[in-house]
Every structure is written in structure tokens, then in C-alpha cells.
Ligand binder design. Structure first.
Ligand SMILES: Cc1ncc(COP(=O)(O)O)c(C=O)c1O
Length: 472
């Protein structure tokens, strides 16, 4: 009987040839060989190293070609060799950097993790290179279900998930859903110092005049005061008063309150539960929808979502995320399902990025990155303690640290952009990669890859920081 059943399963006339393909032992063999070869090479990348003298000249030539082709030099003279190992990456000149910015929060498992290679191989076996609204396969379904499951775990009513190729597109979709639901309301409320992305509409939200220079204003945006730890009560009160004033001045005209719970590009300023709850409950009372932009915060605090970290689940009407998941997404509740065809895209993401994103989520869970005493918060406290010790040792040369979880920043010297850029470049030369954030003051920020950053990596980063700070 058993035998008969087996026979009918393997010799069926119909069935899925794709399943037979991925079960083919030759493919398993190929996977094992690829992983073995990768391990052999990546294991050699295990410390900061200077460039190989023989590679410097051709590397400089490649950088010049890149600058010419893209219409400007990249911020760092960075062209990856194609290989790294955890938080280390080898560049095309043979140097190895400790990468604590990972493409602004993208390499969730650090560099060249074999699970990413295997996820990409699985994706390559699928027919579809780019998933889209007319061509989903199972990887899109799994990603949507996974994100919805994580988002709902403390009770948020987020039922649907729309994938997209960039954080900006996820935010565009979030605004469309909000405007559509609240039509004809056309205004948006944001917080001072926010960053939403680089489309024309999002440039209107982003509180950086230089980022919209020469670009016509696409939306009417009103701003309220950002929470500041130097004056928690004053800034919370001012934001509430400002919100009351705006809602009274433009009755029924605001579609949404759009919030970053830790200002990312703005310089790593987290708000507090009290600050956000006041704003959200007033908006809820007035029917204004609440959008949490988690494109940078997702996965980096004590919970998968920052709105969970701050206990704001009941207010999450629409949530966007991206970066570490390799594919971006807009989550929303059933009550906000659009009634017309306002949302669609030829491409939602590549199959490889979705499969890699699933591998990252799996890694974050198995490494226990979340929880009050999870990997993220433990590493945060360790990094914070080390930076505080450096700040105490060199008064006036470093202030902070700032930020939350695996988003950490410091202010070098006088807080000017010039000093921050100088320190950043010197850190790069020392072998540590971070990035700038905010203005007045300009800070240095770090987004170490969660789940692979060990205390020894933080020690190495702090040694670089101390070497640079003490000569400032
Ligand atoms: C908070 C926030 N929203 C949106 C974006 C835009 O994402 P993307 O660059 O993928 O379009 C970013 C990117 O840095 C971000 O930090």
C-alpha cells in the first residue's frame, strides 16, 4: 500500500516540474559546492586590512570610471570586491573595512553570508526574475505572510502587505492609501527634521530644503515639533499644541500623520512612548490616519517594528518598511483597502531579493535579535558603554551616544558638518565605515548588521573611533 502511494506520487502524469527541479540531487550537490567554495574564500576576510599596493592604481582608475559614468564620485571610494564576511567587506583594492553602515542598513546578515547565496540560487531556479502584480510566485506570498505575522504579534490590525522595490515607493503607496481613504483631505502632518525618501511627493515631506531645491512642492505639509531629550516636556507640549492648532486651522483637511519613530537621516533622535501616544491619540480622535515609516527602523530595536518597541500597536494604520528586508513593503488594515485601482507595479521586487529577505528574517529570529534583552539591545548597551567611556576620556571631542538599538550615533567635536565629514573620512582610512546624519549638529551614525555583530567587532570599531577622536 505504502509502495503504491509512493509510486503514484513520483510517476504522476501531472504535477509540478519545478518541485522536481529543486528536489534534483544535482542541484543539492551544486548548492553544497557553491557554499564550500564561498566559505573557503570568505573565511580569509576576518580583519581590517590596508589596500594591496598592486591593486591601488587599477582601483583608482575604476573609481574614476565610476564617477564619470554616474555623474559624480560616490561618497566613499568604495567599490566592493564582491566578497566579505560578517561585518567585514573586501574592496576592489584589496583593503578590508569593518562595515558598520552596510549600505545604510541593508546587509542584514553582514557580507557574503552563505544563506544569502543559497537563497539567490533558489531564486535563480525560478522562472521569474522580477516579481510583479501580474506575476507573483510563492516567495511573494511567503514574504507578505511573514511580514503581516510579525506586524500583528502585539495586536496591530495590519492585514495586508504590498511589496515594492524601494522605501520611497512603499511610502508613496502609503500616502496614496491614506489620501484615497480620507479624500478630499489633501494635507500631511510631519515632524521637524524628518526624512521620507526621494520622490517628488516625498521631497515635500522631507524636512531638508536642500533635498527639494528646484523641485515644485507636490503636497501641502505641516510640521510639528520633534521630541528632543534635552527638553522632553517642553518639546512634547509644543508638539501637542502645534497639532491642536493645525487640526483646528485646517478642519478635516489632513489625511495623515506621517511618523518616523527614530529620526534616521535626521540624526538618530528617538521619540518616547508618551510623546507619540499623545500625538496618535489626538489624530485618532480626529479621524486622521497614522503612518509609521519603518524603512530604517525595522528590525533594529527591541521588537521587529519600532511601533511595537514604543507600544503603539493600536495606532498603526499604515506601516512601511524596507532596507534590511531587501524588498520594501506597505502594510495596512482591511478597513483601508482601496476601492479603486490606485496601486499597481510591473515590478514589486526581484525573486532573489525576496528570497534573501526571507533568509534575513529567519536569521533575525534564530539569533534572538528581538526582546528587551535580545541581541539588538545587548549590543546597543555594550556599544553605548564603550562610546560613553571614550567621550568621558576626551571631553569636548565627542558627545552622545544617541539612538536606539542597532541604530547608534555620536556627535564629534563642535557638531559642524565639516568636523563630522573629516572624522568620517579618517575613520574610513582607519578601516571603519559609518555615515553622517542630521544637521546642527551633524552626527556620525552606525547601523551594524544585527545578529552578526559581536562585542569584539564593537571593540574594534571603538578602537578606530578612539584613535581618530584623540587627535581631533
Ligand atoms: C525613514 C526612511 N524612509 C524612506 C527612505 C527611502 O528609502 P529608499 O532609499 O529605499 O527609497 C529611507 C531611506 O533612507 C528612510 O530612512
Amino acid at each position: 500500500m505504502q509502495k503504491e502511494k509512493h509510486k503514484s506520487a513520483t510517476h504522476r502524469e501531472f504535477g509540478l516540474h519545478y518541485e522536481s527541479l529543486i528536489a534534483d540531487p544535482r542541484i543539492d550537490q551544486a548548492r553544497a559546492l557553491l557554499a564550500e567554495a564561498l566559505e573557503e574564500q570568505r573565511s580569509k576576510i576576518d580583519a581590517i586590512r590596508p589596500p594591496d599596493p598592486e591593486l591601488i592604481e587599477p582601483y583608482q582608475a575604476k573609481l574614476a570610471r565610476l564617477a564619470s559614468a554616474r555623474g559624480g564620485a560616490p561618497y566613499f571610494p568604495y567599490i566592493s570586491s564582491g566578497l566579505g564576511n560578517g561585518p567585514f567587506v573586501q574592496l576592489g583594492d584589496g583593503s578590508v573595512k569593518l562595515d558598520f553602515i552596510v549600505g545604510i542598513g541593508v546587509h542584514g546578515m553582514g557580507h557574503s553570508d552563505p544563506r544569502m547565496l543559497l537563497a539567490t540560487v533558489d531564486a535563480a531556479l525560478e522562472d521569474t526574475v522580477m516579481q510583479g502584480n501580474l506575476q507573483h510566485d510563492e516567495s511573494s506570498l511567503l514574504m507578505c505572510e511573514k511580514l503581516i505575522g510579525l506586524a500583528r504579534q502585539q495586536g496591530a490590525k495590519l492585514d495586508h502587505c504590498l511589496l515594492s522595490t524601494s522605501g520611497a515607493m512603499a511610502n508613496e503607496n502609503s500616502l496614496k492609501i491614506a489620501f484615497h481613504h480620507r479624500a478630499p483631505a489633501s494635507r500631511v502632518i510631519c515632524i521637524d527634521n524628518c526624512f521620507a525618501g526621494r520622490t517628488i511627493a516625498l521631497a515635500a515631506l522631507t524636512d531638508r530644503p536642500a533635498y527639494r531645491s528646484g523641485i515644485p512642492a507636490a503636497l501641502d505639509v505641516d510640521y510639528i515639533t520633534m521630541f528632543h531629550p534635552r527638553d522632553p516636556e517642553g518639546t512634547t507640549r509644543s508638539a501637542m499644541e502645534g497639532l491642536h492648532r493645525l487640526l483646528d486651522r485646517y478642519p478635516g483637511q489632513h489625511a495623515c500623520l506621517w511618523l518616523e519613530l527614530v529620526a534616521g537621516e535626521g540624526g538618530y533622535y528617538p521619540g518616547t512612548a508618551e510623546y507619540f501616544k499623545g500625538l496618535c491619540s489626538l489624530c485618532r480622535e480626529r479621524g486622521v490616519l497614522i503612518i509609521f515609516d519603518e524603512v530604517q527602523t525595522f528590525s533594529r530595536l527591541s521588537r521587529p517594528f519600532a511601533f511595537q518597541h514604543f507600544g503603539l500597536d493600536e495606532y498603526a494604520d499604515i506601516v512601511t518598511l524596507g532596507k534590511i528586508t531587501q524588498v520594501c513593503a506597505t502594510l495596512y488594515g482591511t478597513g483601508l483597502k482601496p476601492k479603486g485601482p490606485i496601486l499597481s507595479q510591473t515590478f514589486t521586487a526581484s525573486t532573489a531579493s525576496i528570497r534573501c529577505g526571507l533568509a534575513v528574517l529567519d536569521h533575525l529570529l534564530t539569533k534572538h535579535c528581538w526582546g528587551d534583552d535580545g541581541w539588538n539591545m545587548r549590543r546597543h548597551h555594550y556599544f553605548r558603554k564603550r562610546l560613553e567611556a571614550i567621550a568621558a576620556k576626551y571631553p569636548g571631542r565627542l558627545s552622545g551616544p544617541h539612538g536606539e538599538g542597532m541604530m547608534i550615533a555620536l556627535t564629534p567635536g563642535d557638531g559642524s558638518e565639516e568636523t563630522a565629514k573629516k572624522v568620517l573620512t579618517r575613520l574610513y582610512d582607519e578601516g571603519l565605515m559609518g555615515f553622517v546624519a542630521g544637521s546642527n549638529p551633524t552626527r556620525l551614525r552606525f547601523l551594524p548588521p544585527p545578529g552578526v555583530t559581536e562585542e569584539s567587532h564593537i571593540d574594534l570599531a571603538c578602537d578606530c573611533i578612539e584613535r581618530v577622536i584623540r587627535t581631533l
